[in-house]
Structures are given as structure tokens and as C-alpha cells.
Design a protein around this ligand. Sequence first.
Ligand SMILES: *[C@@H]1O[C@H](CO)[C@@H](O)[C@H](O)[C@H]1NC(C)=O
Ligand SMILES: *[C@@H]1O[C@H](CO)[C@@H](O)[C@H](O)[C@H]1NC(C)=O
Ligand SMILES: *[C@@H]1O[C@H](CO)[C@@H](O)[C@H](O)[C@H]1NC(C)=O
Ligand SMILES: *[C@@H]1O[C@H](CO)[C@@H](O)[C@H](O)[C@H]1NC(C)=O
Length: 385
Amino acid sequence: MRLSLLVAAAAMEAGCVVMGHKGRPRPDKDGRYTISAKGIKAQFIPYGATLTNLYVPDKNGKPIDVVLGYDDVDYYPVDPSHPVYNAIPGRYANRIANGEYTIDGVTYYTEKNDGPNTLHSGTNNWSYRFWNVTAHTRDSITFSLLDESESSKGFPGRVESNVTYSVSENRWNIKITARSLDQKTPILLNQHTYFNLDAYRNPETDKIWEHGLYLPYSRRYLAADQGSVPTGDILTAAPGSLNDFASSPDLRLGHARDLPGFEGNCGADGACQGYNHYFLIEDAPRDAVVARLASGFSGVKAELRTDQPGVVLYSCNWSDGTARLKKTQGIRGKHETVTRSSCVAIEAQDWPDGINHPEWNRLDAQIFGPGQLYSWESSWTFGLL
Ligand SMILES: *[C@@H]1O[C@H](CO)[C@@H](O)[C@H](O)[C@H]1NC(C)=O
Ligand SMILES: *[C@@H]1O[C@H](CO)[C@@H](O)[C@H](O)[C@H]1NC(C)=O
Ligand SMILES: *[C@@H]1O[C@H](CO)[C@@H](O)[C@H](O)[C@H]1NC(C)=O
Ligand SMILES: *[C@@H]1O[C@H](CO)[C@@H](O)[C@H](O)[C@H]1NC(C)=O
């Protein structure tokens, strides 16, 4: 009797999740699904399996919203710039050189939606889909997707995917699985979150350059051409050079701002300042922190653990000040929009365009036949400096 009462009480506790008819989970009235744990609250929408808000305490103990996004959840699908804000791009994230790749002697032609190359699999990519919410508790939510053959040009076979976001004390956990159902097909996924750990409230600057960034296991990175496509070369960053984030825990994202080459460091014939590069993670002990992003202003640090072999570092060159900040961010009359170089994405993933570089030995990790399971796991742990 007593036990069953306890069980019922526990079920009611967990029942703070809003359930619609037939027991399907429903979002709050603002359209967001919320999960929370001690020191962290995260909100999501089915569109792109997107994280819209992430609240962690700053050095004054006040929760601040440290990721980019929009207040109006209906704006995500119609946003013409579609920055893949905190969504899951797929089925093959990042770029495919010249919009083609070959499996077992058959060449597949993908959509060229980024100059001569394919970005995030082209139109109808996964970050543009309304995913199904297939589970939701107070601290976890799962989004699921069935991707039909050729729903993105040049991607054969059906793929199903589940993304589970959960939170535990001060920590956001992300698990992605995908399975090819009937043909060999490329799969490469990531979680594309953009951070500004000051919530754009630092009156001195809205730029990302004063954030600290340490990638302790990433001395080497992939050389890229002017369109941010890997050339195949693997380079090593000398301490203090443009692409060095490994030599010291005290490096800032903008440590190389005054060095020649910074303005065109991410290509576009000199027009892309900062970073849009893949850094290898090498010789990291299991469960080690492989990236630490931090801000002295808010005092917040974010630590990445991942089972992936590298991260794409992108410092938001494209942002042109047209996207408005959420009401949880910014300073009225001073920082109201997302300006150039005011955020950073650190996307754990496999080697970009690895399907076109057999010499990298990534084919087994990027091409999946019927029944083969793709698996990706990362977490961000938040704390204070
Ligand atoms: C993704 O697909 C949409 C259409 O579904 C398209 O408008 C958009 O350009 C694509 N995004 C990218 C980055 O290719
Ligand atoms: C969501 O589930 C329904 C019913 O199972 C299915 O028809 C639909 O394709 C799913 N949507 C996505 C985006 O996978
Ligand atoms: C996704 O979740 C469904 C329901 O739990 C399960 O049947 C399916 O095997 C999962 N697929 C993958 C790729 O994880
Ligand atoms: C980088 O930003 C500059 C200035 O806003 C813009 O002209 C350029 O096209 C951008 N480059 C890329 C690759 O987004």
C-alpha cells in the first residue's frame, strides 16, 4: 500500500512533463520542451531537433542563456539565413567536395548548395525536418527521424536516427544513433550548437575573441581551401600560431587576431576571419575533457567530452547583424543582434569529407551498410572559472 503510494507520487513528480492526448508529450505553451537538473535547464523544439535555450549559472549564481536562438519558435523554419542554430545537420554534416562521392565504384552526385560543394547534405537536410518526439521525461528528451532514400539528392537508402538529450547535475548529455536500413550510405552527424558564454551581456564586447579556448589534444588540424573544404593535408600548429589552441590552457579564441592571415584564415579569399576548421583530437584518454570554452566576464566554463575524433571550430564569420538576439540575451541599445564573430560553434564529429579521402582511413566510420549502427556521444559540463 505504502509502496504503491510512493510509486504513484514518484510518477506524479515525473509527470510535470505535459502530456497530450494518447499520452504523447506536448511542448509548453511557448512551443518548447523543457528538461532540467541541478544547475542546468535546456529547452528544445522538434524542428531540426534543435536546442533553443540553455541556462547555466554565472559567477553571481544567476542562470544565463548561453546558446544562440530565437524567441519565436515559428521563426526557425522560415529564417532565410538558417544558421543551423543548435540543430542536427545530416545525414552527412559539413562539406562534400564537388558534390560527389563514390561507394563500391558507383558515384553519387549530391546537391551543390555551397558554391561547387555540398553543405550539410543540401536541401531537405536533417536540420530542416520536423523530428518526432518519441520520449520525454523531466530530464531527457528523444527525437526520432526516418530519412527516406534520395530525400536529399545523392543519398541512397533509408536511414533512421534517434537523438537523446538529457541533463544531469551541471551537464548536458547528447547521444545520437543512426542506422542504415537497406543500402550502403554515408552518415556523419554532429550537434551544431553556437555559444556565447556571456549571453551577449558583456558591455565591453559582444565578440567571441575574449573567450578562452583550450583544445589540449588538438595540435593537428586539416588544411582547407577557400571554400572550407579539406585539401587532404594535415598540418601541425606551432605554439602561438594562428591555429594553436593546444599549447596552453590560457589561450584566448582571439589570441591570433593581430597575426597576419587571421582575416582570411577561414578562406573566402580573405573575407572569412577566424575559424572554420577541423581540429583532430589525438591521444586523448577516455572521457578526457577535449575542449574547454570559458569566459572571464560571466565566469562560465564549458567542457566537452566526446567519443568523436575531432571538432569543427567555427567562429561565426557569417553572422552579419541581421538576426536578433533572444530576450534572454544582450544589452538593450547596445548588443541586440548577432554580429560577425560574436559566437562560436564547437562541433564534435568525424573527419569532414572523409568519404572523399580514403587515405585518412575514415571510410569504415562514415559509410554504413544495412543494419550497421552509427553512434555518437558527447557531453558539455558547465562550471565556474
Ligand atoms: C537545407 O535544406 C533547405 C530546404 O529544405 C534549404 O533551403 C537549405 O539551403 C539547406 N541548407 C543548407 C545549409 O544547405
Ligand atoms: C514521424 O512518425 C510518423 C509515424 O510513425 C512517420 O510517418 C513520420 O515519417 C515520422 N517523421 C519523421 C520526420 O521521421
Ligand atoms: C530508435 O528508437 C526506436 C524506438 O526506441 C528503436 O526501435 C530503434 O531501433 C532506434 N534506432 C536507432 C538507430 O537507434
Ligand atoms: C565573412 O564576413 C564578411 C563580412 O561580413 C563577408 O563579406 C564574407 O562573405 C563572410 N565570409 C563567409 C565565408 O561567410
